[in-house]
Design a protein around this ligand. Structure first.
Ligand SMILES: [Zn+2]
Ligand SMILES: [Zn+2]
Length: 131
């Protein structure tokens, strides 16, 4: 009884934290960073990939689905609503960052010049700062 108690006490002092696990990336021989399932290198690699995706079209929702919506919208709205030139861009009237959706009521066809102007004036101001 006494020895058993000692044994438990000793285990706790010998292992103040959990033993390191191996990196969860298959084939990686490195130990995982405490509190993580990956080694430092793979943790960074994953974070970089997530950062890249966050800043890319995928994260903002401009994926394959949006390309299809956009193409269909341009087919029905071939002219820029501002200047009447051939439309090349589909713009969200209320930007995604502000909660706007992909339904037609929130879309407008713009030529590239007008879209750039709108983006520079409005989207930078409203969408630029993260809420
Ligand atoms: Zn690793
Ligand atoms: Zn235009």
């Amino acid at each position: 009884m006494r020895a058993e108690l000692f044994g438990i006490g000793r285990d706790e002092t010998v292992m103040p934290q959990r033993p390191n696990r191996l990196c969860s990336v298959s084939g990686c021989p490195a130990f995982a960073v405490p509190g993580s399932s990956r080694c430092r290198e793979h943790q960074q690699a994953q974070r970089q990939r997530m950062d890249a995706e966050r800043g890319s079209a995928v994260q903002r929702g401009y994926g394959a689905e949006w390309r299809r919506v956009r193409a269909a919208f341009l087919a029905r709205h071939p002219f820029c609503v501002v200047c009447g030139e051939d439309a090349t861009d589909v713009d969200h009237i209320v930007s995604r960052a502000q909660g706007g959706g992909d339904d037609e009521s929130n879309l407008q066809a713009l030529c590239h010049a007008c879209h750039s102007r709108k983006t520079a004036i409005i989207d930078d101001r409203w969408g630029g700062s993260k809420v």
